[in-house]
Design a protein around this ligand. Structure first.
Ligand code: PMP
Length: 307
């Protein structure tokens, strides 16, 4: 697949095209009809797959979760696994070595009439594009971020990675207004997850994260952090976290594929622990960086896509 025209976002001198239903096109030329159900109803699901120094990370897990989201919204996967791998590779392989986020979205498609009822014969639309992930500066310490808790006004299927993100957008606006960088959603007194991340806390030396359920996204990074904790013999549990526990946590982290493991150093204006990234975060971040490096070495020794 060759991009038809070369302008738009560029990484290391390489223009980043858009994948649109099997074609690579320049960003400016990538269009969908205004009747697309993703636009009209949010009738679509998505994934974000990180690529670190030219190697896709946890790609199989992301494609499995995409399948799960598609099943949950009763939409047949328009692409085979092989076609997904090819489409995604076409977006990052030419950039050789960059850190990228590959966004993919499947909508139920565009139909002549606007009607909530699902069409009998579907023609989904598939879009995907790469964006640079800001490089980590290895020489400067992670400053952490400030978070606020907010009442979770989202729906009851937060386990589906759907593009209905208005509550998340509004939560971010509220955080910004209150001089914070992120939000932790709370429902019925239980802290659940961030506005685009999963939640971990360290409480009495125990690493805790809420269990998987329909109130949180089953994060790929969350799963990896749990695996790394198990392998390293770090005491951990999947258990509900109430607001009081969140408030007295020694450490709070937010995890996501593109932001990795981010320490929260201030919650609702109060310092978390010592008010700086804690020792447990430091250790887990090192384990995580080592996992990324193992993945990269495996990818370039021929095991690409299946790690
Ligand atoms: N929860 C929500 C609501 C998210 O949007 C994200 C980011 N996709 C996550 C958790 C973290 O998921 P992952 O580690 O798979 O990026």
């Amino acid at each position: 697949m060759a991009a038809r025209r070369g302008h738009g976002h560029a990484v290391a001198g390489v223009n980043l095209p858009v994948y649109l239903n099997g074609q690579l096109v320049a960003r400016e030329e990538a269009c969908l009809p205004i009747t697309d159900r993703g636009l009209l109803f949010g009738d679509s699901v998505y994934e974000v797959i990180p690529v670190f120094r030219g190697a896709a990370f946890r790609l199989r897990q992301h494609l499995d979760r995409l399948q799960r989201s598609l099943d949950a919204i009763r939409l047949a996967n328009p692409l085979s696994r092989e076609a997904w791998l090819k489409a995604i590779a076409s977006l990052y392989e030419p950039t050789a070595g960059a850190d990228l986020a590959i966004y993919v979205q499947v909508t139920r498609g565009a139909y002549p009439t606007r009607a909530h009822r699902m069409p009998q014969a579907t023609s989904p639309n598939v879009i995907a594009f790469a964006s640079p992930i800001p490089a980590r500066d290895p020489d400067s310490a992670n400053p952490g971020l400030r978070a606020i808790t907010l009442n979770d006004i989202r729906w009851h299927r937060c386990d589906i990675k759907s593009t209905n993100l208005l509550p998340n957008v509004l939560a971010q606006a509220e955080a910004q207004q209150r001089q914070a960088e992120d939000v932790i959603f709370v429902r019925d007194g239980r802290a659940l997850e961030g506005s685009a991340s999963n939640l971990f806390i360290v409480l009495d030396e125990l690493l805790l994260t809420p269990p998987k359920c329909d109130e949180i996204l089953p994060g790929i990074t969350r799963e990896l952090v749990l695996d790394l904790a198990r392998d390293a013999g770090i005491a951990h549990a999947e258990a509900g976290i109430d607001e009081a526990e969140l408030a007295r946590a020694e450490e709070i982290w937010l995890t996501s594929s593109t932001r990795e493991i981010v320490p929260v150093v201030q919650l609702n204006g109060e310092p978390v622990g010592q008010g700086k990234p804690g020792p447990h975060w430091q250790r887990m971040d090192q384990l995580y960086q080592a996992a990324k490096e193992r993945n990269r070495l495996a990818a370039f020794s021929g095991n690409r896509h299946e790690n």
